[in-house]
Write a protein that binds this ligand. Structure first.
Ligand SMILES: NC(=O)c1ccc[n+]([C@@H]2O[C@H](COP(=O)([O-])OP(=O)(O)OC[C@H]3O[C@@H](n4cnc5c(N)ncnc54)[C@H](O)[C@@H]3O)[C@@H](O)[C@H]2O)c1
Length: 276
């Protein structure tokens, strides 16, 4: 049978063109505009570096103005012109809307939106857990992602990728982190559902799920756990180490690139095999 009948004329042309492109062009993002939330440090900053290196113009958004200025200085001089920074609280609908509008105003387009901003305070024992902590986790980690995806989808024309930063807490429970784990399970649900909804607009929706990764926020969290007299859980990743932020950023780059053009609604786990 002629399997090409499974394609529309347009999708066949597009798929065949991809199959003939070089690897360098497929992983590249020349001429594309990206937004990364929580980009002032940690995983978001590492993702921003790889996106800029791959050719994209990147708007780095974060709550922390000081860290944003330092983040911009961390780019090689030659790349700095392809970066912009904006102070944004992802829990505020108006701020997230302004972020999308800024990206489009600067470059006339929006191709990639990375929902990375996230917080991970411990929930503690459920008997003592505070409503306000739970609500704040959901506001940043879930509603922030929801609103980011909404603005991205409104501005992406013909094609685009939304990448959500989940966690291995999205695919299994985390003792003492029930609010966080619940929020990341919600991110997985948003990823899968929005992939179903947005495919017809040419928008892919992906998630990546890091395991323990070196970042400023995580270092602070681990210090708090130790200061409270708790023992740190022992780590036994089959690959024998935890992740650097760039380990995560490289998979982020793959996910948003045309290398992954046939992927949507999937969660790629980056944990050295911890959850295998
Ligand atoms: N580090 C890890 O081990 C790990 C593992 C799995 C998933 N993650 C996820 O990766 C993402 C980044 O984590 P990280 O370790 O780099 O953390 P981090 O604390 O080092 O950096 C997070 C950044 O997000 C920003 N941010 C927080 N709330 C915000 C808000 N309301 N609006 C805008 N910006 C906000 C912070 O200011 C900070 O710059 C988070 O979604 C986190 O849940 C991290």
């Amino acid at each position: 049978m002629d399997m090409m009948t499974f394609f529309s004329e347009e999708s066949r042309r597009e798929a065949e063109a991809l199959a003939h492109r070089s690897i360098a062009s497929l992983i590249g993002n020349e001429g594309r505009t990206a937004v990364v939330t929580g980009a002032a440090r940690g995983i978001g900053l590492a993702i921003s570096h790889r996106l800029v290196e791959s050719g994209a113009y990147v708007v780095l958004a974060d709550l922390r103005a000081d860290d944003l200025a330092k983040a911009r200085d961390s780019f090689p001089q030659a790349f700095r012109a392809r970066t912009a920074t904006l102070e944004v609280d992802v829990t505020r609908a108006d701020a997230v809307r302004a972020l999308a509008e800024t990206a489009v105003a600067r470059t006339g387009r929006l191709d990639i939106w990375v929902n990375n901003a996230g917080i991970f305070p411990p929930s503690g024992a459920i008997q003592e857990a505070e409503d306000t902590v739970f609500q704040q986790i959901l506001a940043v980690n879930v509603q922030g992602v929801f609103m980011g995806a909404r603005e991205a989808a409104r501005h992406m024309v013909g094609k685009g990728v939304i990448l959500n930063i989940a966690s291995i807490g999205a695919i299994r429970g985390q003792n003492g982190m029930s609010g966080y784990s619940a929020s990341k399970h919600a991110v997985a649900g948003l990823t899968r559902s929005l992939a179903l909804e947005l495919g017809k607009f040419g928008i892919r929706v992906m998630a990546i799920a890091p395991g323990l990764t070196v970042s400023p926020g995580n270092a602070e969290a681990l210090e708090r756990v130790q200061a409270a007299g708790h023992k740190l859980a022992s780590l036994s990743a089959p690959l024998g180490r935890i992740a650097l932020a760039d380990d995560v950023a490289r998979v982020a780059l793959f996910s948003v690139s045309d290398m992954a053009a046939m992927m949507t609604g999937q969660i790629l786990v980056i944990d050295g095999g911890t959850t295998a």
